[in-house]
Design a protein around this ligand. Structure first.
Ligand code: T4K
Length: 406
């Protein structure tokens, strides 16, 4: 089937969806199944299922080695890893964060009684604008929490300079950025600590999982203890703590993913290039680029929809794609400041014009090992058709709406 020759071929009208199965953003990449199943067998035989088990230790050692970081502490998910890092680092009062991120970044602070102060993104970067950060520093500000959105490092040097000037500290949410580098150094080595997520939907997964990476021995000791209720040895609790332990099945999945990580990245890179090539001449649609001088995981293919050039809005394009069973996602709509409890809090900073713009323009499309070049070609054809017929799509939708009103 082709989606380029007729408007009627689009599934939002009378066409048959391009895909019989739904194509998701964030379909898990699965490494060597036999290896994983064998590890599960070993785990069951040795009856060591969690709490600093042999697979978790090996996972931590190999991940630390890959990142070139002193300490890599595996945690049961990225949100708990953020919370433990926040506690271990001693964040208090107000912490400056972008609103353009997944809600977990802000919630981890709020959950622990710390106020997230939302700052805008720098035009053209999708990342915390250091100028906005500096403007929002108050006597209550203790930290800056930068986010490496979609695996693109934020302006680490710019934020570090502000942190140094104001005697603040830096934590990074690196949930998307395992395998990425900044100035040739792997993410995991910056600020006072960095936090990863290895959720199923991340290109590198441990089923559920996360980690805190740091080069600070004291921070590492506190994280190690706090993820295990604050214990430092049997019957001796030194800190408040929680249950953030990575179990052995998750660590086995991590070791399995590690065996295939370079293949996953190579696949993501090919898909990213193909989207770029096939959409290059579609007006108003651009693929958000990664700095190819650095290491990237290319796990998100993010499109920017310039409505005035494309003739179609991002939301209309998502609607067209979803009808075709391409479950494109509005990552990250509508911005944390517009979600509860921040939305109802009168003290929340809402002066975020650039964020307001980018949350209306960006969307994620399927990539990873669950899709191939044929899928991507069809997705690009659908996008091309949506732009070609943008005016007619709007007119027909309006007609349809009118018909329901009479
Ligand atoms: N900071 C940032 C910047 C983050 O993006 C995240 C998480 C965190 C912190 C916190 O890390 P974790 O605590 O999650 O480790 C997802 C994920 O739940 C979340 O991990 C992720 N970011 C966020 C961006 O997306 P949803 O609501 O999109 O995920 P979910 O589970 O509904 O899955 C999305 C699609 O993927 C589904 O439509 C189907 C498909 N899928 C999902 C799962 C779980 C599969 O095909 N197989 C699966 O096993 O939030």
């Amino acid at each position: 089937m082709t989606h380029t020759n007729r408007l009627d071929n689009l599934a939002i009208f009378s066409g048959i969806p391009a895909f019989t199965q739904k194509l998701h953003v964030g379909r898990p990449n699965i490494g060597d199944r036999d290896y994983f199943m064998a590890m599960i067998g070993v785990m069951l035989d040795r009856r060591w299922l969690t709490n600093n088990g042999p697979f978790a230790k090996e996972f931590e050692r190999r991940m630390a080695e890959r990142l070139g970081v002193r300490h890599f502490l595996a945690i049961n998910n990225g949100t708990i890893a953020l919370e433990i890092a926040i506690k271990a680092l001693g964040l208090t009062g107000e912490v400056i964060v972008p609103s353009m991120t997944f809600i977990a970044t802000a919630h981890a602070l709020q959950w622990l009684g710390i106020k997230p102060v939302f700052c805008d993104v720098k035009p053209g970067t999708y990342h915390l604008d250091p100028a906005c950060v500096e403007k929002h520093i108050t006597p209550h500000t203790s930290w800056i929490l930068g986010v490496h959105l979609w695996g693109q490092p934020c302006d680490i040097d710019g934020l570090q300079a502000i942190a140094d000037r104001h005697n603040l500290k830096l934590l990074f949410d690196a949930a998307h950025a395992f395998g990425c580098s900044y100035n040739d150094r792997m993410i995991g080595n910056f600020g006072n600590a960095e936090v990863f997520s290895f959720h199923a939907t991340k290109f590198f997964n441990t089923l559920e999982g996360g980690a805190v990476a740091t080069n600070d021995d004291g921070v590492a000791a506190r994280v190690r203890s706090m993820r295990n209720f604050g214990f430092v040895e049997n019957d001796f609790v030194a800190y408040e703590g929680t249950n953030g332990k990575m179990n052995e099945a998750a660590a086995a999945m991590g070791l399995t993913s590690l065996g295939s990580v370079d293949t996953f990245i190579a696949t993501n890179f090919r898909h990213y290039q193909q989207y770029g090539r096939e959409l290059a001449d579609v007006p108003g649609i651009s693929v958000i680029e990664y700095d190819e001088a650095e290491q990237n995981n290319f796990q998100y293919v993010i499109l920017n929809v310039n409505e005035s050039m494309a003739g179609i809005s991002r939301d209309e394009l998502v609607e067209v794609l979803v009808a075709e069973n391409v479950l494109a996602r509005r990552y990250f709509y509508p911005g944390c400041h517009r979600l509860e409890p921040y939305r109802s809090d009168p003290t929340t900073n809402r002066d975020l014009p650039e964020t307001a713009k980018v949350v209306e323009e960006t969307m994620g499309v399927p990539t990873g090992t669950a899709v191939g070049p044929g899928h991507i070609h069809t997705i690009c054809q659908i996008i091309r058709a949506a732009v070609t017929y943008a005016a007619e799509i709007r007119a027909r939708k309006a007609q349809r709406l009118m018909a329901t009103l009479v």
